[in-house]
Design a protein around this ligand. Structure first.
Ligand code: HEM
Length: 162
């Protein structure tokens, strides 16, 4: 089954699993999931705190910071959009200006491969808790694949800017 899915690329089923769970989650991203997402990130990689200006000087994760909410929302939303692109075009394509901006912003902050892994785990952990009984390994695999491809696109750009 796994082998066949690989050959087929990103499947319609995988796209549907990502889109459905995103629909369930998205209205609660600002007040709930964004905080959980950052909590999981900092549990795994406490030093990440110093990368975000809005986390650096506070002992707790701020409950009402628009920038925190925004980074969380963007990571989720861009991963969901990547799933759709993988299904439609077989690859993640970002507008050149955005890609350049993403590359330089993360390079400047000192983001490295292991951070992308941490964020992936936090993303999947947040989704798993958010969707409850709807969760399946297949759903996690679909989000994970879309995230990996998005992260690879950003990392390639970071290498070019370095
Ligand atoms: C900033 C997206 C992964 C840390 C940003 C920005 C976007 C973004 C759109 C805003 C850039 C700006 O306008 O300044 C993403 C996406 C990711 C991802 C789509 C993964 C697929 C990561 C990872 C880390 C990270 C793995 C490190 C743990 C940061 C930091 C900033 C930033 C520190 C600057 C925030 C600030 O100065 O307010 N990211 N990011 N990001 N990102 Fe990410």
């Amino acid at each position: 089954e796994r082998e066949r899915e690989r050959e087929m690329g990103f499947t319609e089923k995988q796209e549907a699993l990502v889109k459905e769970s995103w629909e369930v989650m998205k209205q609660n991203i600002p007040d709930q999931h964004s905080l959980r997402f950052f909590t999981l990130i900092l549990e795994m990689a406490p030093a990440v705190k110093n990368m975000f200006p809005f986390l650096k000087d506070s002992d707790e994760i701020p409950q009402n910071n628009p920038k925190l909410k925004n980074h969380a929302r963007i990571v989720f939303k861009m991963t969901c959009d990547s799933a759709i692109q993988l299904r439609e075009k077989g690859q993640v394509v970002l507008p050149a200006v955005l890609l350049k901006h993403l590359g330089s912003a993360h390079l400047k902050k000192g983001v490295v491969d292991s951070h992308f892994e941490v964020v992936k785990k936090a993303l999947l952990g947040t989704i798993k808790e958010a969707v409850g009984e709807s969760w399946s390994d297949e759903m996690g695999g679909a989000w994970g694949e879309a995230y990996d491809q998005l992260a690879a696109t950003i990392k390639t750009q970071m290498e070019e800017e370095a």
